[in-house]
Design a protein around this ligand. Structure first.
Ligand code: HEM
Length: 400
């Protein structure tokens, strides 16, 4: 690889908190297949165009297995976690589909509809508790973090009291600054924790996902113990940190766009559409999705060679003007439904019905219960999660 391309280091930081890095629009226009330099001296392609990204993510010849030569590893610590990952997020077909099918029934529209009263109960209680705190209390700590954790731990049958332990594990395993040794230690601790959980469910099954996986998959030998631990780990981490960041960033986005907030407050039927627009606009998964070509593949006229890595930028795709006119405008009235905030193809988010339900219930209730909700500090003082796989805001002090 020539020195000339070594300029474009990845990941790039956002300069405006709500927008993808500045250079993405230019790349989309002039360099659809830009080479970017990673920490380990490799040069995968960075894709920024919606059409190219959909082609890559829907082609099974682009693998998502981190142990394959050429797979783009974005942070050193994360590489350790990815290479140890045996969940279906990191497996190609046919194994991906076989394992994913073991849990799809748990996240269907019907299942999540049945869960709605439970989500509403959590949202109501957390708003009440939050409103009793001193003005300026951190919304992330007291609302957006506990909510998805309560729900996913309830579904999995994991004690909520242990949330600090796995929040910390997620922080280490998804942080850009974590060392390989820290990630290894954190993975070991989490695996031991989940191993003990599975043992408890073997002895005393309850009405939860882990107990059902133990009874229906582990005991008959359809899945081995390590793979089951990996699946539960995936559901736990994917189930809390993405929704947590999306919830808080969404509240901030609405507070910073009062005209849009006023629209959904007076027209609650607009909330589902607003949630899609928030997902598009925020695109919290701001690193990846990552793949490696298994053979030479034509992507809309560009040949990607076998063994070459590809990073499909979800935030860039969701700001593609070909699909979303005036893409940097936050507009709850637009049709944002085709966004790829949940990915695309076989790995498209398993928990999207759940995530949507949580977000709709939060935005439908929070601003009515606390009609004077506002930022308690100047916007410039907020710290954004540039250093994490999942973007968001570290703290969100609000007043009401
Ligand atoms: C996969 C985003 C919430 C579980 C994905 C992918 C994206 C994503 C982009 C695809 C990754 C890739 O192709 O490499 C999000 C966002 C969420 C969210 C933005 C919230 C706003 C959830 C929740 C769960 C969940 C609540 C609950 C269990 C999963 C799982 C996968 C996945 C299991 C792997 C699917 C597969 O490989 O087949 N998510 N997610 N996600 N997500 Fe989510």
């Amino acid at each position: 690889m020539s020195q000339a391309v070594a300029e474009l280091a990845y990941p790039m930081s956002r300069t405006k908190p709500f927008n993808p890095p500045d250079g993405y629009a230019d790349l989309r226009e002039h360099q659809r297949f830009a080479r970017v330099r990673l920490w380990d001296g490799t040069y995968p392609y960075l894709l920024t165009k919606f059409d190219d990204i959909r082609v890559v993510l829907s082609n099974p010849k682009f693998s998502c297995e981190p142990n394959r030569e050429g797979f783009p590893h974005v942070f050193e610590g994360r590489m350790v976690a990815d290479k140890a990952d045996r969940s279906f997020l990191r497996l190609d077909n046919p194994e991906h589909d076989r394992l994913r099918r073991m849990v799809t029934k748990e996240f269907t529209v019907r299942r999540i509809e049945q869960l709605t009263p439970r989500i509403e109960e959590s949202v109501d209680r957390l708003i009440t508790q939050y409103s009793q705190l001193p003005q300026g209390a951190d919304f992330v700590e007291h609302f957006s973090a506990p909510l998805p954790t309560e729900i996913i731990t309830f579904l999995l049958g994991i004690p909520y009291e242990d949330h600090e332990f796995f929040h910390e594990a997620t922080r280490i395993q998804f942080g850009s600054k974590s060392t390989p040794a820290e990630v290894r230690k954190s993975l070991d601790d989490l695996f031991n924790y989940l191993d003990a959980l599975i043992t408890r469910k073997e002895r005393e099954p309850q009405d939860d996902i882990v107990s059902r996986l133990v009874a229906e998959q582990l005991k008959p030998g359809h899945v081995d113990r390590l793979t089951l631990i990996n699946i539960v780990r995936l559901l736990l981490s994917a189930g809390h940190q993405t929704t947590q960041n999306m919830t808080a960033l969404g509240v901030l986005t609405l507070l910073q766009h009062p005209d849009q907030l006023a629209l959904i407050k007076s027209n609650p039927e607009m909330i589902p559409g607003a949630v899609e627009e928030l997902l598009r606009f925020s695109s919290v998964l701001h690193v990846g999705a990552r793949r490696v070509a298994l053979e030479d593949i034509d992507v809309n006229g560009k040949l990607v060679k076998a063994g070459e890595g590809v990073i499909c930028s979800i935030p860039a795709a969701n700001r593609d003007p070909n699909l979303f006119p005036d893409p940097d405008k936050f507009d709850v009235e637009r049709d944002a439904a085709r966004h790829v905030a949940f990915g695309f193809g076989v790995h498209q988010c398993l928990g999207q019905v759940l995530a949507r339900a949580e977000l709709r219930i939060v935005y439908g209730s929070l601003f009515n219960r606390l009609p004077n909700l506002r930022l308690a500090v100047p916007f410039e003082k907020l710290r954004f999660r540039h250093d994490m796989f999942v973007y968001g805001v570290h703290e969100l002090p609000l007043a009401w």
